[in-house]
Design a protein around this ligand. Structure first.
Ligand code: NDP
Length: 419
């Protein structure tokens, strides 16, 4: 028996909500609240008669702490699932603390306005101190650790696939497969084709900011930063085939470097086709990826927001995307004094996802872990108070839930390594 408030009703939230409604013995009551209430109402209507979960809807501006507090106090949920955007992480965490409710999200905080001088000063200091320049980092949310601990509450950060499942794979490898881990390579392959010349698979603004930023990796306790897309490898992915992949900075690298300190090197690679990269470079060169407002015919517009309005809505890609994703982690290390390698990954089929929840695999592979993470908190499998990332919890019940709810793991005990 539990009451859950989901904030956001976009591509990922829609999958998470549909999956919560499949587990209606755990998720008995659920409120979908977002900026555009009509989207919440449409989803609630689509679910009517298909689940025992009692689904209600509400309108909320999640940038506004007072609005959030009054919604949380009136609905009284056991857990708030933040599946809006990373921009709202801190306001929703503040509201959860005020109301005494557990919190979770799927992406770490970054500000909407990267020109804000107050934020910029802290960011530039962090770039110098830590050595990576991504707009997002965990410092903002880790700063809430003591407050959540003192309040006896849990905040689960980044519980999608990557971040999220990739960290559970690391915790699983550490618990069952290795005595010590030397290297981790996280490989995110999307072999799907949607037929558009250019589109992003999740929120375009967040996605394009991430992939156009410099890449970085952690080596011997230090960050090494490289120009965007300057390290390229080829890999032959199970069920997908040979793909080009590029080294990116990614948020779980930061928490894994802290939580598995023995690891000598952690890298993250994502596959991109040449057409995607050419389009992105061109858009970047002409200034369309900028978050700085410009005046156009008397109106102030933010280029990347305007671009988002022109691009296909990621939620609309479902029916036209064919192919598979393959996301996982390759480890090297030692077990019982011997060298060992291990690869754990999931393969997900875009069309199968669409048949099940009317969504492509990127939203599916994020929404299912969000639901399974919520389930771990609601059923008392994960109880640690404070602010935590996925690798800090027991991976076994979480991976079992993923196996059951649509993202089964595969293993390879002699994988080809990435050089
Ligand atoms: P969408 O843009 O599709 O959906 C975002 C939703 O949040 C929309 O319903 C939007 O409302 C709502 N929203 C935005 N601002 C506010 C606000 N101020 N108040 C209330 N609601 C608001 O994004 P996605 O579903 O693609 O992504 C959701 C999250 O998942 C993001 O944080 C993304 O970074 C993360 N993600 C994580 C991954 C992982 O593996 N960990 C992978 C992919 C995504 P409206 O309809 O009005 O716009």
């Amino acid at each position: 028996m539990s009451r859950v408030l989901v904030i956001g009703c976009g591509g990922v939230a829609s999958v998470a909500i549909r999956k919560c409604c499949q587990a209606d013995d755990v998720f008995t009551e659920l409120c979908i609240a977002s900026r555009t209430k009509s989207k919440c109402d449409a989803l609630a209507e689509a679910l009517r008669g298909k689940t025992k979960t009692v689904v209600t809807t509400a309108k909320v501006d999640a940038d506004n702490v007072d609005e959030l507090v009054s919604l949380i106090n009136s609905y009284k949920p056991d857990l708030v699932m933040n599946i809006a955007l990373p921009y709202q992480d801190l306001t929703i965490m503040d509201a959860c603390l005020i109301c005494g409710v557990n919190y979770m999200d799927t992406a770490n905080y970054e500000p909407e306005d990267t020109d804000d001088p107050e934020w910029r000063a802290i960011y530039e200091k962090r770039c110098k101190e830590k050595g990576f320049s991504a707009y997002f980092d965990y410092s903002w949310q880790w700063a809430y650790k003591e407050k959540f601990e003192k309040a006896g509450l849990t905040a689960l950060l980044g519980c999608g696939f990557d971040p999220g499942v990739t960290q559970a794979y690391c915790a699983y490898a550490k618990k069952h497969e290795f005595d010590t881990i030397d290297t981790i390579d996280i490989l995110d392959c999307n072999g799907g084709d949607h037929g558009y010349a250019f589109a992003t698979n999740f929120n375009p603004e967040v996605n394009l900011r991430e992939v156009s930023a410099p890449g970085s990796y952690s080596e011997n306790g230090k960050w090494v930063e490289i120009p965007a897309m300057s390290i390229k490898r080829e890999y032959d992915f199970d069920s997908v085939g040979m793909k080009d992949m590029y080294l990116l900075h990614h948020e779980e690298l930061e928490s894994l470097a802290v939580n598995i300190p023995e690891v000598k090197r952690i890298r993250f690679f994502m596959t991109f086709g040449q057409s995607y990269l050419t389009h992105m470079k061109c858009l970047e060169n002409v200034g369309m990826l900028s978050t700085t407002p410009v005046m156009f015919e008397g109106h102030e517009i933010v280029p990347i927001k305007f671009l988002k309005a022109l691009l296909p809505d990621p939620a609309s890609l479902g029916p036209r995307t064919h192919g598979k994703t393959n996301i996982g982690c390759i480890f090297t290390g030692k077990k019982d004094g011997k060298d060992k390698t291990y690869y754990i990954y999931n393969v997900c089929d875009h069309q199968e996802c669409y048949k099940e929840v009317e969504s492509q695999a990127i939203s599916y592979t994020t929404g299912v872990p969000a639901m399974c993470g919520a389930m771990m908190l609601l059923t008392g499998k994960w109880t640690e108070k404070g602010v935590h990332t996925v690798e800090e919890f027991d991976p076994d019940p979480f991976l079992d839930a993923l196996d059951k709810y649509g993202l089964p793991r595969s293993e390879n005990f002699a994988p080809v390594l990435v050089d």
